[in-house]
Design a protein around this ligand. Sequence first.
Ligand code: HH2
Length: 266
Amino acid sequence: MVKVMGVVNLTPDSFSDGGRFLAPYAARAHARDLIAQGADILDLGAESTRPGAAPVSAGDEIARLVPLIGAIRAESAVAISVDTMKPEVARAAMAAGADIWNDVTALGFSDEAPAVAAELGCGVVLMHMQGEPRTMQADPRYDDVVAEVAAFLNVRAEVAMAAGVAREKIWLDPGIGFGKRLEHNLALLAHMDVLVALGFPVLLGVSRKRFIAALDPAALPADTRLPGSLAAALAGVQAGAAVVRVHDVAETVQALKVWEAINRAR
Ligand code: HH2
């Protein structure tokens, strides 16, 4: 069964739902809603990766994340992931009850990150990004985006395992929209089987992303991109993605139920 990771943003400037869930009680209510809608994993993020977003200190990230993790843990056994690049934030989050470190820098933000992931024994999402969030969309270039992303993820998985992260704790993610033009995103989605063949579960984040508006100018506001998000998520799972990271959990769960029922009828 494909797993659904629901996004809970604790940032004031996320592109899709910026600020709406910043107040602690609102984030908690949102987390509760996503659990009720069928999320298998909640992905909590306190630092936006939006191009041009302001950096957040580790202390601020921890102050936003830890109370929410505690509150969710007190009432649910749902898997909790934290979207952070910083080892000290991952450490505080796991101590508070989180299970997974979702790192858009694939444990590359600091030298000690792979060893910290090994020590924490948590799940680790290794995502591909070209450049850094502030400038990544300025001029992304690849000779062969699918081969380059696959090679990068393979190396990062090797680095993580060499530091002591267990193989079964690792998930890979092509990083749709992270230093990629429309054609790069489409190539990665069309050839996701190449990433799946690396032998790790693949996590895919396409929800409400800008490439959808590049294909349909009517989808300029991020909250009008649900149909495109579902189409891309289903294309991804058809090619073998194991987890989809989404904002619209109920709608994605329904789409996956239909898709899985059709597959069972084959
Ligand atoms: N996308 C975003 C953030 N984190 N993590 C993984 N593993 N994969 C993704 O595709 C991914 C991610 C961007 O989405 P969102 O959280 O809505 O925006 P922001 O980073 O501005 O909070």
